[in-house]
Structure formats: structure tokens, C-alpha cells
Design a protein around this ligand. Structure first.
Ligand code: SAM
Ligand code: SF4
Ligand code: SF4
Length: 369
């Protein structure tokens, strides 16, 4: 049996799967209590990572004393595909594979192939994306493109070699990630984005270099406010640099103006360079919450469903699957879970709400960022 060594909620609280209750549906989508349709699913395919970013898996909490999940506890690709088909039948249009580091999951390309061939309710191929730290992208970009991957997001918080190594805390060189991004471009992956988590006093002075590097290319940079996910990263409101401040800094050097969203519920607010140098985005979960349009569910690496990134409890769908439930039973359970959803954590976030939930918050690497 796996030894429980660490207090990190690697086995977070579980809620009972609802066996009765209303299912709200409009057109092809399940609708929650705030009128929000379920369109988007994030799947964590591994809780392991080769980086130890301080804001996500700090070394002192995720080193020797930490027990990662055993392979048998992870959802298999067959189980993931089965669930994905149920979600897509009920209106999900996008699936993002994340983690931990998704490219560490063996043969991840075959999961991309399985999922990309699913047809959505409007007859299109399912939109499958991956978020990665880019460390294995030089090796994998071509095979991922061949597997049908259309969108990739690479996390890159600094182009300064020293700051980058400090951030990943395993001495991984930034040049290798840049080579990975180049490999994704060369492989012809149509959409490439860069995620930059901004933490006060850590990388806030490196942002213009990133903008300069990617401006005028087809790679879109998005700045993300440091969030209070999980319990291990020591989040404090004081560490957050509000997007508004970053916009002002960038605007002084590279004039930008707001652009319309690509679609309703787009998480990043879009801005474009006035000189036609492309666009950048800002994900301002802390300073400008977007819960009103949040249409996202998360599936953890061991098959628990979460209605919010800041949830403290998940619903154990793997238990249903491995207990022999039919597709219809699973479908109804998920429909009930979404229909009862009222979550809107970012709208009520204060330093106090963060403290109240502190012992039960789920780690990003487990729930999937
Ligand atoms: N390992 C992959 C990566 O780093 O891209 C995928 C998983 S990671 C948890 C997904 C995204 O969440 C990354 O872009 C990462 O920078 C972001 N992230 C992690 N912890 C965060 C935090 N506390 N606040 C904001 N974003 C965070
Ligand atoms: Fe790993 Fe991604 Fe978390 Fe960094 S942000 S520790 S790369 S899972
Ligand atoms: Fe969605 Fe929860 Fe984030 Fe609000 S706080 S946008 S409900 S995940």
C-alpha cells in the first residue's frame, strides 16, 4: 500500500456522488445555478513534474517526503477517453491536458490522438490543447503535432537565465525551453501561447524582455496573476502584481490597446500592439475575477471532478467507473454535479477566505492548472 508521508492533500476530501437531483440543460450544455454552461474541461494527466516552481511545487514540500500517486491510481487513457466522450456529448468543446508536467506521462501523444478524433455537438473535431513547462518539447513537438495537437501553451516566467533557474529550482536552462518553443513553431502546431506567472519581487522586471522576444511572431504571451492555489506556495496578496500595473509598464515601451475577446468566456483579456506587432493577454483572476463566465470543470489525475480551481472537495468519478457504472449513470452524475454548481471563489477572495480554506485547498499539480 502507498505510504502517506505528507500532509499535502494528495488525497483531498471527497464528496458523495449525487444519485438524485435536478439536471439543468439548455441546448447541448449542462447549466449551473448561475446560468453558466459547461464548455471546457481540464484534465491533469500526472501529478509529477521535473520542475519545482516555487509558486506551485516548492522543493521543501515536494521532495523526499512527498508521495506521488501510484500508476494504478491514475486514470488510464481508456478511462479518460470514455469520460471525455460523455463530456463532449453534453456540450464540452475544449479539453486541455495539464498536470504536473503532462509531457512526462508516457505516450501522451496517443491520448492526444484519441481525444482529437472525438466530434463535438456541432460536428467539429474536439479542440485539444496542452499546457507544458516546455522541457521536453524539443523532443516531442513533432510527434504531438502528428498526433493532432492544435494548441500548446508553454510556461516561461523569465528569459533571464538565472531567474529562470531560480524559478524552476532544478537548474533547468531557459535556452532549452526556448528551443522547445521553436520546435513547436517548426512542427507547425497552429496555436502557441506563453504563460508568464508574475510574482512581485521575483520576475516583475523581466516582463519587457519576454514581450520584446515574442512581439511580431505568431506566439502570444499571456501574463497571469499569482494565485492562491493549494496550501504549499505561501501565497500572500502582497505578492500579486495586478495586471493593470503590468499593462501600464508594457504600454510605456510598446503601446497597446484593448482588443475584443475571441469568444464569450475567454479567460484572458486581449490587448494588441498599436504597431500591428500582434497581441498579448492578461489573466487577472485576483484583481478582476471572471467567475461570471467560468465554464470550466477539472478532472484530477486520479479521477476526481472539481467545480472550481479553489475547491476543497472533489467527486470521485473513478470509483464509479471502476465500480462498473454505465455511461448513462456517469453522465447523470456529472450533470447533477454541474447543475448544483455555485462556485465563484475569485469573486469572494480576500486574505481571510484564503486562510479559511488553507488546510483543504487542492494543489495545482494534482487538480491541473
Ligand atoms: N507543468 C505545466 C506547466 O507548468 O505549464 C502544466 C501544469 S502548471 C500547474 C499549469 C499552469 O499553472 C502553468 O502555466 C503555471 O505557471 C501555472 N501556475 C502554477 N501555479 C500557479 C499559481 N500559484 N498562480 C498562477 N499560476 C500558476
Ligand atoms: Fe511543474 Fe508546471 Fe508546477 Fe512548474 S508550474 S512545478 S512546471 S507543474
Ligand atoms: Fe472558475 Fe473558480 Fe476560477 Fe471563479 S475561481 S473563475 S469559478 S475556477
Amino acid at each position: 500500500m502507498r505510504k502517506e508521508k505528507n500532509i499535502i492533500p494528495i488525497k483531498p476530501l471527497s464528496r458523495t456522488i449525487p444519485l438524485s437531483g435536478k439536471i439543468n440543460k439548455q441546448d447541448s450544455h449542462w447549466i449551473d445555478t448561475r446560468g453558466r454552461p459547461l464548455r471546457d474541461l481540464r484534465i491533469s494527466v500526472t501529478d509529477r513534474c521535473n520542475f519545482r516552481c516555487r509558486y506551485c511545487m516548492p522543493k521543501e514540500k515536494f521532495e523526499k517526503d512527498h508521495s506521488f500517486l501510484a500508476h494504478t491510481e491514475l486514470l488510464s487513457f481508456e478511462e479518460i477517453e470514455r469520460l471525455a466522450r460523455i463530456f463532449v456529448k453534453n456540450g464540452v468543446e475544449k479539453i486541455r491536458l495539464t498536470g504536473g508536467e503532462p509531457l512526462l506521462r508516457k505516450n501522451i501523444e496517443s491520448l492526444v490522438t484519441r481525444l482529437s478524433s472525438i466530434k463535438t455537438h456541432n460536428g467539429k473535431n474536439l479542440d485539444v490543447a496542452i499546457t507544458t513547462n516546455g522541457s521536453a518539447l524539443s523532443k516531442k513537438a513533432k510527434s504531438l503535432a502528428e498526433a493532432g495537437l492544435k494548441r500548446i501553451t508553454v510556461s516561461l516566467d523569465s528569459m533571464n537565465p538565472e531567474t529562470f533557474m531560480k524559478l524552476n529550482d532544478v537548474g533547468f536552462p531557459v535556452e532549452k525551453v526556448l528551443k522547445g518553443i521553436q520546435a513547436a513553431e517548426d512542427a507547425g502546431i497552429p496555436s502557441i501561447k506563453i504563460n508568464v506567472v508574475v510574482k512581485k519581487g521575483v520576475n516583475e522586471n523581466d516582463l519587457l524582455d519576454i514581450v520584446r522576444h515574442f512581439k511580431g511572431t505568431r506566439v502570444i504571451v499571456r501574463f497571469i496573476e499569482f494565485m492562491d492555489v493549494g496550501v504549499t506556495n505561501g501565497w500572500r496578496m502582497d505578492d500579486v502584481v495586478p495586471s493593470r500595473q503590468i499593462i501600464e509598464t508594457i504600454n510605456k515601451e510598446f503601446p497597446i490597446e484593448p482588443a475584443d475577446p475571441n469568444y464569450v468566456g475567454e479567460v484572458a483579456s486581449r490587448w494588441k500592439f498599436k504597431d500591428n506587432g500582434g497581441e498579448i493577454g492578461f489573466i487577472s483572476s485576483v484583481s478582476e475575477p471572471f467567475c461570471k463566465e467560468c465554464s470550466r470543470m477539472r478532472l484530477s489525475v486520479d479521477g476526481k471532478l472539481y467545480k472550481c480551481l479553489f475547491a476543497t472537495e472533489g467527486f470521485d468519478i473513478r470509483q464509479m467507473i471502476r465500480g462498473g457504472a454505465t455511461d448513462e449513470e456517469i453522465e447523470q452524475a456529472i450533470g447533477r454535479i454541474w447543475s448544483a454548481r455555485d462556485e465563484h471563489y475569485s469573486e469572494i477572495r480576500t486574505s481571510e477566505t484564503h486562510k479559511e480554506r488553507l488546510n483543504n485547498k487542492i494543489e495545482m499539480s494534482y487538480i491541473g492548472g
